[in-house]
Design a protein around this ligand. Structure first.
Ligand code: AMP
Length: 634
């Protein structure tokens, strides 16, 4: 949660960085202001014009319909996102162009052309059909970042099945919850993932998860280490399924509002919400921003360092770059393994032109120091973009100097969005100055406001408030899977607008600063984790009576998790107990949710109504007056 001190610190930054002239001159979108105005004054014509650049099996009868808080885009249209991501490129000259350049942590490389990718997707799509997967069925994908992971996603989309990717760093509890919530009968996984030279036993986690789940009928396993020794009765071999299936699989004709995927994300309750995106509008909006904000050209090489487990990976590793016909690099594993040079080596070797990465990664590189960067020729890198958490001015300036050559060849900008928005809403376009500490301005299509808790607009510059979205754009999420009430709640918490959960302010020139969450959601290294989820995981251990979790500022990861735990009678605090509880959270939720710090307390501070006062715990922890942090939170 945000503290006023953080805002004051950031506001001290006043300088700006001008974009390099060469970057501005070649930018696809020359007049950002004019474009923004058009998108807001007449959104329907604006988005319709973008949609016309893509292929549709049947055009729309109506562009937009809003029955608050639900809405539809491109009503009556028929399409399939894979027709635009794959088929379109088989006849437009891109067939032999590299779609994916996949790099393994061990230095291996695999290239998929559009032609080969389309074949593979079709094969796997037919394979899924042979397992009885049909339009509308949910399929859980628990795969490492790999072409096979992306192929699994695209194959589901191809046949109209709804994929739900579960990040391969999550563990049994998270995976089980997501399979159950989506009622998925098929799970796709791999034997292992690789990270820091170690094997992550994905199959073991998956077996443990599904062993008592009658719901799951088939587990498709991509075996990277050779044939499995003891396949279970539910197992189906990924490679064999591919080999036995035909390369022809026409795309299922979808309604533009039919679901494409569900992606679970943390909210303020202990149960993650299944954010649902659709084929039509999502395709239009994510493609638009790829072309206009990321400014990726036909012969550019684009590198996104996210993972298919997050929305950034969905939109900007898999879908939008393919719809746009680009070449995308992605790499499994840790970016500083085997050593931090690998980051620079990849830019040089593949001539990367445009990047999408995170502040945590840049801070890590900054910590290793510029000596790793200097030996490499990074001059291909024109535009480096960052999202996921606030980009602190120090990391921005270091990156600008040492990775972007002080603007001689490159430039760095921030952008803000979330799982629900599908694509960016705020950012600094290539043609306008960067203001360190500010994420940038509203991007085309995004109508935003800053309001107080009653929903009253805050128009005074530099005054913090709740960041809200006032009108949905085509790539905005439609519903929460199985729980439409939760979607309505997002739009009704402050009446008439969608509450993002973030605190922001805007300066007199329209530049926004996003300071952090206004709720109990944590942001660890750009990953959204609900404090309630971690608390539930802790309390599910029989030794624990109560738990409270807070975020604590951290130089590298933005925030780390600190847990306060009260043990049950008869249980004694000890280092072993601490280790056991951390291991328990790891087993339930996965490594990213493990508290970095855990403190035992005889009791937790509570309000008279029995609510745990996390705010007080946080104030004590940070040495603040509790009054300081009450202004911006519940
Ligand atoms: P997720 O839905 O997992 O992508 O997380 C979205 C959340 O990450 C947002 O609600 C913000 O709290 C945070 N976030 C994303 N991008 C930025 C950014 N550029 N600056 C500050 N916070 C960000």
């Amino acid at each position: 949660m945000v503290q006023q001190g953080q805002i004051d610190h950031l506001l001290q930054e006043t300088g700006q960085i001008m974009p390099p002239t060469a970057l501005v001159q070649q930018a696809f979108l020359q007049d950002h202001e004019g474009e923004y105005k058009r998108s807001i004054e007449n959104p329907e014509i604006f988005w319709e014009n973008v949609a016309k650049e893509l292929d549709w099996a049947k055009p729309w009868d109506k562009v937009f319909e809003w029955t608050y808080p639900t809405f539809k885009w491109f009503l009556g249209a028929k399409c399939n996102i894979t027709d635009n991501a794959l088929d379109r490129h088989l006849t437009n000259g891109n067939k032999n162009k590299a779609a994916f350049i996949f790099l393994g942590e061990d230095g291996s490389e695999r290239v998929y052309t559009y032609g080969r990718l389309a074949q593979s997707v079709n094969r796997f799509a037919n394979g899924l059909k042979s397992l009885g997967v049909k339009k509308g069925d949910r399929v859980v994908i628990y795969m490492p970042l790999s072409p096979e992971g992306a192929i699994a996603m695209l194959a589901c989309a191809r046949i109209g099945a709804v994929h739900s990717v579960v990040y391969a760093g999550f563990s049994v509890g998270s995976l089980r919850g997501r399979i159950e919530d989506a009622q998925a009968r098929v799970v796709i996984t791999a034997d292992v993932g690789y990270r820091r030279g170690n094997e992550v036993d994905l199959k073991g986690i998956c077996d443990e998860t599904v062993k008592d789940m009658d719901l799951v009928e088939k587990v498709v396993v991509w075996s990277r280490k050779g044939a499995p020794e003891n396949p279970s009765a539910k197992d189906v071999d990924f490679n064999q399924l591919m080999a036995e299936s035909s390369i022809h699989c026409p795309a299922e004709e979808m309604d533009s509002e039919d679901p494409l995927y569900i992606l679970y994300t943390s909210g303020t309750t202990g149960i993650p919400k299944g954010v649902q995106h659709v084929h039509g509008g999502y395709m239009v909006g994510t493609y638009y921003h790829f072309k206009t904000f990321w400014d990726v050209k036909d012969d550019d090489v684009f590198w996104c360092t996210s993972d298919i487990g997050w929305v950034v990976g969905h939109s900007y590793i898999v879908y939008a770059p393919l719809v746009a016909g680009s070449t995308t690099v992605f790499r499994e594993g840790a970016i500083d393994y085997p050593d931090p040079s690998v980051f620079y080596e990849i830019i040089e070797k593949y001539g990367v032109n445009v990047m999408f990465t995170s502040p945590t990664l840049l801070r890590m590189l900054m910590r290793y120091g510029e000596d790793y960067a200097l030996p490499y020729d990074l001059t291909s890198l024109r535009f480096l973009t960052c999202a996921g958490e606030p980009l602190n001015p120090e990391a921005l300036k270091w990156t600008y100097e040492f990775i972007c050559g002080n603007g001689e060849w490159g430039h760095i900008v921030d952008n803000w969005w979330q799982t629900e928005t599908g694509g960016p809403c705020l950012g600094t376009p290539a043609t306008i100055p960067v203001r360190p500490g500010r994420v940038g301005v509203a991007l085309p299509g995004a109508e935003l406001a800053i309001v107080d808790r009653e929903g009253q607009p805050i128009t005074e510059p530099n005054k913090g408030g709740l960041l809200v979205i006032t009108r949905p754009f085509p790539h905005f999420y439609r519903t929460v899977f199985g729980d439409p009430e939760r979607q309505a709640k997002d739009w009704n918490a402050v009446p008439g607008v969608y509450l993002t959960g973030d605190v922001a302010l805007r300066d007199a020139d329209g530049y926004y600063m996003v300071v952090g969450r206004a709720d109990d959601v944590l942001n660890v290294a750009g990953h959204r984790i609900g404090s309630a989820e971690v608390e539930s995981a802790l309390v599910s251990n029989s030794a624990v009576a109560e738990a409270a979790v807070i975020g604590k500022p951290d130089e590298l990861r933005g925030e780390i998790i600190k847990a306060f735990v009260t043990l049950r009678m008869g249980q004694v605090p000890s280092e072993e107990m601490e280790a056991a509880l951390k291991l328990h959270v790891r087993g339930e939720l996965g490594p990213i949710a493990v508290p970095a710090e855990l403190e035992f307390m005889p009791t937790l501070p509570k309000t008279r109504s029995g609510k745990i006062m996390r705010r007080l715990l946080k104030a004590n922890e940070l040495g603040l007056d509790p009054g300081d942090i009450t202004t911006l939170e519940d």
